[in-house]
Design a protein around this ligand. Structure first.
Ligand code: S3P
Length: 426
């Protein structure tokens, strides 16, 4: 539980948000299947990425983690060995789905389990194509829900057309494709985050892109690398919104990843009228990064839908908080994927923000928010979802009395020092 008080003198200062979660997971996994050592700097030591490390240690890989520095001693694909223990992914969908893609081509048996939230999330979006490639997978609900058992082996490439724009689905199939016969391609309805494609190339893999189709040839090996992880724009998003809505604020967020498949939040803030600037733009390991400067702004509501959705899907809880402070109506549509995140985020965002007095209604594929409104203090609940917990804490910064966030410990999944950062800006 955590109590957030109204911020009286603005949020001011500079912070360095933790490492990107998507990139941290991939750096460990790719290092684990690569030949040679991978060293990672700026790794996110959040619970999700620590679950990835624990799983690959159980798969026989030597990994040494010291805070944000990690060393992975890869011995190639065949360095992975049959685990004697169950692979526990905790709360992490990325660990589950990407690891299944890797296990699909390994000639041994594994069992994958996670927490109660993982146990509700659909896995057939990866287990079905991986079965089509030749992996033997079973589990509850015909292999859709954890616990899952997987026996990998000889697999063949497929041309897969995904109904959802999901980087986890795309990555899982491509990873299996790297050790399958022939070519494997994935076509998605809209472009999802492309960290897998970028990082595979950095590890020496040939990846081809043609519009919304990405393909790899089978029989490819990875070579260990030095990976510098940029700050996570999905974590920065909480402070971008806080900086825009808390009066008298001016925040500098250092070294944030601005990969165009992730910057929907910047586009939305600008569309709503926020004063936001990018500085010191550069590229690290094939990923663009910048410092982002945000100040308190007059905001207007806007429409958010279509192909921007995958570029800001994780930011919708805090965008809803932003919209409560914007003049007029904000409509979020085409975001059905929110229903299968760590919680059903249409339900949890709407129910928790209503407790603070927001004018917000759920729709089938998103939500409608009317602003501006003075939020009230109250007790809210993260429902065990890190991003709901943080979004509510940011709402607490502008509510007229304190907001108590129950189950705030979930925030450690992606941002262990979140509350320290809020305090450091006051
Ligand atoms: C992620 C992809 C997205 C995102 C998740 C991380 C990744 O999920 O919501 O937080 O690292 O590949 P989907 O692939 O389900 O869209």
């Amino acid at each position: 539980m955590n109590k957030v008080e109204k911020v009286t003198a603005g949020l001011n200062g500079t912070i360095k948000v933790p490492g990107d979660k998507s990139i941290s997971h991939r750096a460990v996994m790719f290092g684990a299947i690569a030949n040679g050592t991978t060293t990672i700097e700026g790794f996110l030591p959040g619970e999700d990425c620590l679950s990835t490390i624990a799983c690959f240690q159980k798969l026989g890989v030597h990994i040494d983690a010291q805070g944000d520095k990690v060393k992975v001693d890869g011995n190639g694909w065949s360095g992975l060995t049959e685990p004697t223990e169950i692979l526990d992914v905790g709360n992490s969908g990325t660990t589950t789905r990407l690891m299944l893609g890797i296990l699909a081509t390994r000639p041994f048996h594994s069992v994958v389990i996670g927490d109660a939230s993982i146990g509700k999330r659909p896995m057939s979006r990866v287990t079905n194509p991986l079965r089509e490639m030749g992996a033997l997978i079973d589990g509850r609900n015909n292999g859709n829900l954890t616990p899952l058992s997987i026996r990998g082996g000889t697999t063949r490439g497929i041309a897969y057309s995904s109904k959802v724009a999901s980087a986890q689905v795309k990555s899982s199939i491509l990873l299996a494709g790297l050790q399958s016969e022939g070519v494997t391609s994935v076509t998605e309805p809209e472009l999802s985050r492309d960290h897998t494609e970028r990082m595979l190339q950095a590890f020496g893999v040939e990846v081809e892109r043609d519009g919304l189709t990405v393909s790899v040839k089978g029989g490819q090996e990875l070579t260990g690398q030095h990976v510098i992880v940029p700050g996570d724009i999905s974590s920065a998003a909480f402070f971008l919104v806080a900086g825009a809505i808390v009066p008298n604020s001016h925040i500098v967020l250092k070294n944030v990843g601005i990969n165009p498949t992730r910057t929907g939040i910047i586009d939305v803030l600008r569309k709503m009228g926020a004063s936001l600037e990018l500085m010191n733009e550069k590229e690290t390991n094939g990923e663009p990064v910048a410092d982002i400067v945000i100040s308190t702004s007059e905001l207007k509501g806007c429409e958010i839908g279509g192909d921007i959705i995958p570029r800001l899907i994780d930011e919708i809880p805090v965008i809803a908080v932003l919209a409560t402070q914007a003049q007029g109506k904000t409509v979020i549509r085409d975001a059905e994927e929110l229903k299968v995140k760590e919680t059903n985020r249409i339900d949890t965002v709407v129910s928790e923000l209503k407790k603070l007095g927001a004018k917000i209604e759920a729709t089938d594929d998103g939500m409608v928010i009317e602003g501006p409104i003075q939020l009230n203090g109250n007790t809210v609940n993260s429902h065990g979802d890190h991003r709901i917990g943080m979004a509510m804490a940011i709402a607490g910064c502008i509510a007229n009395s304190s907001v108590t966030v129950e189950k705030s410990e979930a925030i450690a999944v992606s941002y262990p020092n979140f509350f320290e950062h809020i305090n450091s800006l006051q």
